[in-house]
Design a protein around this ligand. Structure first.
Ligand code: DGL
Length: 268
């Protein structure tokens, strides 16, 4: 048993999909969430920067004596795999567990990954999946550069024309295609799942990288007897607009009022 909190971070509100999953899977735990929205978006940044950011964000959480960290961010998970692995506190990303879940999807039809430009360009999702699945299975990677900033700006309703427009622009190339599974490889995308379904079809088989990452962290804590929080406490830290974060997070976490603490933007 370990009563220390679990740290979760992302470039913004996207990682709340991972936090929400963790809160459901491990309801007794204490959590710290860091939204680095002062530096959002991570998606267009070069690899070297993303690696530095990954370590800075983890160092920030480590300052609160967390027992484990979830990088609830597809971009960080794909760019900074080595940095996560080498970190002195157990640190999980969403990439590896999401790839395992995708590779386990039955059938030999095509699989798709929707993610930020950096995640797709790195090849960490698509190339790794190709290797895992074998050459007979088609893997399609689709960058959706507008999604995360649009969601971060609060546009998430399926009836919102801004959401519908950016979903249509990104997914038009695959609208007529059938996939055995489509991975939401950026944690923000879970917030527009409805709009994605409206565009691609209600029964489209979507898989959430955030959910996969949360499961991997839960399994690790359980296997090492590290579960057990003290107060079901949640603390939030934001490097960007605190009020906007609180207004977004409160209805989605559904765990009472969300009061976030302002932190300075870290220099690269
Ligand atoms: N939520 C993020 C991800 O999973 C990052 C989005 C961004 O900052 O571009 O990739």
């Amino acid at each position: 048993m370990d009563t220390r909190p679990i740290g979760v971070y992302d470039s913004g509100v996207g990682g709340l999909t991972g936090l929400r999953a963790l809160m459901r899977m491990l309801p007794g735990e204490d959590f710290l969430y860091f939204s680095d929205s002062g530096r959002m978006p991570y998606g267009p940044r070069p690899l070297e920067e993303l690696r530095r950011i990954a370590v800075q964000d983890m160092d920030f959480l480590a300052g609160f004596d967390v027992k484990a960290i979830l990088a609830a961010c597809g971009t960080i998970s794909s760019a900074a795999r080595e940095q996560l692995k080498a970190y002195p506190i157990p640190a999980f990303g969403v990439l590896t567990p999401a790839l395992d879940a995708m590779a386990a999807v039955p059938g030999d039809g095509p699989l798709a990954v929707l993610a930020t430009a950096a995640s797709i360009a790195s090849g960490e999702f698509t190339e790794a999946l190709r290797k895992k699945c074998g050459m007979h299975r088609e893997i399609v990677g689709l960058p959706c550069p507008e999604f995360a900033p649009t969601i971060e700006a609060g546009h998430i309703r399926r009836s919102d024309p801004v959401v519908q427009g950016c979903v249509a622009r990104a997914l038009e190339p695959v609208r007529e295609r059938k996939f055995d599974a489509i991975l939401l490889g950026c944690t923000h995308y879970g917030f527009i799942e409805d709009a994605i379904r409206d565009y691609l079809g209600e029964d489209v088989p979507l898989l959430s990288a955030a959910e996969c990452g949360a499961k991997a962290l839960r399994d690790y804590l359980e296997a090492h007897d590290l579960t057990g929080g003290e107060r079901c406490e949640r603390r939030f830290f934001v490097s960007g607009d605190v009020r906007a974060f609180e207004a977004f997070a409160e209805p989605h976490l559904n765990c009472g009022p969300v009061h976030a603490e302002q932190v300075p933007i870290m220099e690269l």
